[in-house]
Design a binder for this molecule. Structure first.
Ligand code: ADP
Ligand code: ZN
Length: 215
């Protein structure tokens, strides 16, 4: 059983590493940001409610996010564990998640924190491109002339909220709302800090090493 959370500033590489870990360990990768973007694409009620917050780089209200996460964690594929990416992001969400877990009798295995400096975050997000076909994430510098997706050939595009002004806003929100979450987990003794710099493989290797100690 692995009840994991992955945290870190925007651009720390949470999504990339979480996808790999989820594939390696056979547990679902639950990204609240991706769930919102999917709902916005499908123009669901939830998507309509979340849209303006994502467009401004702010946080979706806690209740909306928590209802969505509670619902997702109730699905059968989460019974043997999950990897939460992007939730909880506020102290209120930590308490919400405490409640969801205690109802199910689950206990957090650990919380992984990917540490990356703000300077690197700004550099990484400015060059981040995402495949409109398969979701593959790449750096602008790594794309060849035509710029198509190295995996499937479809067009690569920038995420709407990766514009520099919105990245700065997301970083401010992270410092103000999410760093207090780190303090709570630190206090509880379940926060595992990891260096988020280096190649994707290097970071993944570090993550596997930490998990070996945890579970
Ligand atoms: P990143 O970590 O790169 O900023 P995410 O894909 O995790 O991006 O989230 C994108 C956006 O979705 C956030 O800026 C926010 O508006 C919304 N969001 C995602 N998770 C949460 C959450 N737990 N609470 C509130 N808003 C959220
Ligand atoms: Zn692709």
């Amino acid at each position: 059983m692995m009840y994991l959370e992955i945290m870190g500033p925007p651009g720390a590489g949470k999504g990339t590493q979480a996808r790999r870990l989820s594939a390696a360990r056979g547990i679902p990768h639950i990204s609240t940001g991706e769930m919102f973007r999917e709902n916005i694409r499908q123009a669901t009620d939830l998507g309509r409610m979340a849209d303006e917050y994502l467009q401004n780089g702010g946080l979706v209200p806690d209740d909306l996010v928590t209802d969505m996460v509670r619902d997702r964690l109730s699905r059968a594929d989460c019974r043997d564990g999950y990897l939460l990416d992007g939730y909880p992001r506020t102290p209120a969400q930590v308490r919400d998640l405490d409640g969801i877990l205690s109802v199910r009798g689950w206990e957090r295995t650990g919380v992984l924190l990917l540490e990356v400096s703000e300077e690197d975050v700004l550099r990484r997000l400015a060059g981040r491109r995402i495949c409109t076909g398969c979701g593959h994430v790449s750096r602008l510098q790594a794309l060849s002339g035509g710029g198509g997706c190295p995996e499937c050939g479809a067009e690569m595009s920038q995420r709407d909220d990766d514009r520099e002004d919105l990245v700065r806003e997301r970083l401010l929100v992270y410092r103000r709302e999410t760093e207090p979450v780190l303090a709570i987990y630190q206090e509880r003794g379940i926060l595992r800090r990891m260096d988020g710099m280096g190649t994707e493989d290097e970071v993944f290797e570090r993550m596997l090493n930490i998990l070996e100690v945890l579970a």
